[in-house]
Write a protein that binds this ligand. Structure first.
Ligand code: ADP
Ligand code: MG
Length: 698
């Protein structure tokens, strides 16, 4: 067997594993010896000295070692069928009780006289200290080897489930390390390890599992995180290099025409808009394909920048595809652009393509696009339909990119020959982070709001105070303003939620607001209905628009100055921020009123964050903190969510270094064909399906 094969062999045949346990381990993604090596501890416990029971601090997570001296079960007298299992534990200094709720099977595990380690939060209950639902390990002090793995050191604690105990798993890892770690291949070239001061792989794996001390554990961690980031960054680097080497379009800019257009707008561009526009123009003029991400908070005015780019391309004879996530937004963009280009000296043919278009009209539009009669088409996902072909696609704009999957985004540019691509996002994240996440994109940031905006005032109200909120809305309407009321239907397919929203709408319409004009939009209505209602609202024919989260994306009504969000605790932070972006768009003082009774700690953090912050970048950072990178990026179908150990938020500096090294490596040896790089290539072939394709290009 080759060395590599050995690490690929199934763990089932390791001593002490067998079919039953290997099945459980498979659920954790552990099938081979290598998987086992890479199954890292969730945390560590310092068992060099335990806290004495008499020294325990309330409300802190602590580890104790003690002897079980009374065990018992008590039935709760408050609720039937609710059982409490309790142990009394003592050491030389004192005693404490350990308590579990509704886990009657535990009583079989414990015996008086056993020595046990507990880890949990210390609380005070009826005057005495207690540790609730602690993690525990029953010690077998006769076994010397076990003692050396489980006591008197920094002990790894893994995420495991029933059937696999911590002690068993530690032993398994230890034995496997002893027998096989020498077979592991070092994938990082020596010069990179030297430059970045990284441990070698074998040492890192050993020390991530059984560190001698905190310092070496940190070193091991850094190395492993670096490796993960590094392998993540190589395909990104390749993609970037591939793009650079492609032959794209060098757009010609008709400056006079462009100036005419910009001057016809009823506002002046902010300096941030001017700056990003200059960046885009430079890209578009260059023969390399543009791959640019335009970041800017809600309301910062990204659309007009995109429209100007579209005008550049289409006035130069190229077609433009402008993709947005909803029909409402497509429609709004269409109408706005229509108005903006009406008076221009050059004719630009505009079209709207959404899936609700009649088949006959759709076919006609397809034909016109294919024949090049349409210069600029705005549409939804309908734009990535296979039948749709362009004659001369020169620019692709994707608005609100996070609403599309990575693969959806990739489809549109394929309809042309290396067209320029402009991607827009209102999920601002710190620039350093986005540089790495969107590693193959160049980034422009609009970091300034148009002048004259009055900051939105945000307040939280409990449900009991809704009548006051309604009075406030009435007052504002009487002043001539309009209001939104948002109801949480997170999934538009959720029938029950929709019914609840509908019911609330009917009650409002017939009750409190019977003297006012109300409309409702949600994702299940036909496009025509949604559009009509939105347009009525925009044109001042409605006072109140009741809406679901379809409102999140894009609609623009400067006269709307009140936004009420019902059950605000159920929305994500980014969503709340986007929703709030619907108001404060004109010269009026605007109010965002959150009706919320947050219970969970996360919900409380979200509500606190949204009511105290207004800057999108700051909010995004907070969101990352609350949700953790896995979820934050997961939603965006991003490779970073698959990272096992490395955290792009807390280890941003490692990520950056890994990225630099990956770039350097690819620039030196694009095909990874040098002898030292073969291991890297093999590893990527195995783990990144798209890697093959990337290697083939160019
Ligand atoms: P977003 O960046 O959220 O997509 P929009 O492009 O929808 O923002 O712009 C929000 C509003 O601001 C629109 O009504 C737009 O016409 C207006 N706007 C954009 N740029 C400026 C500007 N420089 N001065 C004044 N208003 C502007
Ligand atoms: Mg927008």
């Amino acid at each position: 067997m080759s060395q590599e094969n050995k690490l690929n062999s199934p763990i089932q045949y390791l001593k002490g594993v067998g079919p039953k346990r290997s099945k459980i381990l498979k659920n954790f993604g552990i099938e081979t010896i290598e998987d086992l090596f890479y199954y890292f501890p969730r945390r560590y416990e310092d068992r060099t000295n335990f806290v004495s029971i008499s020294q325990l601090k309330e409300k802190e997570y602590q580890t104790i070692k003690g002897e079980v001296f009374i065990k018992g079960e008590r039935k709760s007298w408050r609720r039937r069928g609710f059982s409490i299992f309790q142990l009394m534990v003592r050491d030389k200094t004192g005693k404490i009780s350990a308590v579990w709720f509704n886990q009657p099977y535990l009583k079989k595990l414990f015996k008086n006289g056993q020595s046990v380690i507990f880890y949990g939060r210390i609380e005070r209950y009826e005057g005495a200290l207690q540790i609730n639902s602690p993690e525990f390990e029953i010690l077998d002090e006769k076994d010397k080897e076990e003692e050396s793995l489980n006591l008197g050191r920094m002990v790894p604690v893994y995420s495991l489930s029933e059937g696999i105990s911590q002690r068993y798993f530690r032993k398994l890892i230890k034995h496997t390390l002893d027998d096989f770690i020498s077979k592991i291949q070092e994938p990082l070239p020596y010069d990179i390890r030297k430059r970045q001061d990284l441990l070698n792989l074998a040492q890192s794996i050993i020390n991530i599992h059984f560190p001698e001390d905190k310092a070496i554990q940190q070193k091991a961690y850094q190395r492993l995180a670096f490796e993960e980031f590094f392998f993540y960054s190589i395909p990104v680097a390749l993609r970037k290099l591939n793009t650079k080497q492609k032959q794209g379009i060098a757009h010609k800019i008709d400056e006079i025409f462009l100036t005419q257009f910009i001057q016809s707008l009823n506002f002046r561009l902010t300096s941030a808009q001017e700056r990003v526009l200059a960046e885009i123009k430079k890209d578009m003029q260059s023969p390399q394909p543009m791959h640019r991400l335009l970041q800017g908070d809600v309301g910062s005015g990204k659309t007009v920048v995109a429209v100007i780019s579209a005008i550049i391309a289409s006035s130069g004879g190229w077609q433009v595809a402008f993709m947005v996530p909803t029909e409402i937004l497509a429609n709004q963009h269409y109408e706005n652009i229509q108005k903006q280009i009406k008076r221009l000296s050059k004719k630009i043919n505009l079209a709207l393509l959404t899936s609700s278009l009649e088949d006959k009209d759709k076919q006609k539009l397809y034909r016109e696009i294919r024949e090049g009669k349409i210069d600029l088409v705005i549409g939804t996902h309908a734009l990535i339909q296979e039948e749709l072909k362009f004659k001369k696609l020169g620019l692709v704009v994707i608005d609100e990119q996070h609403k599309f999957g990575v693969s959806q985004r990739a489809l549109l540019p394929k309809k042309g020959t290396n067209p320029d691509v402009l991607i827009m996002t209102a999920t601002p994240i710190p620039r350093t982070l986005s540089m790495t996440i969107y590693g193959d994109l160049d980034i422009s940031v609009i970091d300034q709001l148009p002048p004259g905006r009055v900051p939105v005032e945000t307040q939280v109200f409990p449900e009991e105070r809704i009548p006051e909120v309604h009075d406030f809305i009435k007052e504002k309407i009487k002043e001539g303003r309009q209001a939104y009321i948002v109801y949480p239907i997170i999934e538009e397919s959720d029938f029950l939620e929709l019914k609840a929203a509908q019911k609330m709408y009917d009650e409002l319409r017939k009750g409190t607001f019977k003297d006012f004009r109300l409309g409702m939009v949600h994702g299940r209505l036909s496009r025509q209905k949604q559009d009509k209602t939105m347009m009525d609202f925009k044109n001042g024919k409605l006072d109140i628009l009741v809406a679901t989260t379809v409102l999140e994306v894009g609609i623009d009504v400067a006269n709307a100055s009140v936004l009420v969000i019902e059950h605000a605790e159920r929305f994500g932070l980014a969503q709340l921020h986007q929703l709030r972006g619907r108001i404060g768009r004109g010269q009026y003082q605007s109010y965002c009123i959150l009706i919320a009774n947050p219970q969970s700690p996360d919900a409380i953090s979200r509500i606190n964050a949204i009511s105290s912050m207004s800057d999108g970048f700051q909010i995004a950072e907070e969101d990352l903190k609350i949700r953790g990178p896995g979820e934050f990026f997961g939603q965006r179908q991003h490779g970073l969510s698959e990272l096992k150990i490395a955290n792009p938020i807390t280890q941003l500096n490692i990520l950056q270094k890994a990225r630099e090294e990956a770039m350097k490596l690819i620039e030196q040896d694009r095909n990874l064909s040098s002898r030292t790089n073969l291991v890297i290539r093999e590893k990527l072939n195995k783990t990144f399906p798209e890697f093959q394709d990337l290697m083939l290009v160019g």
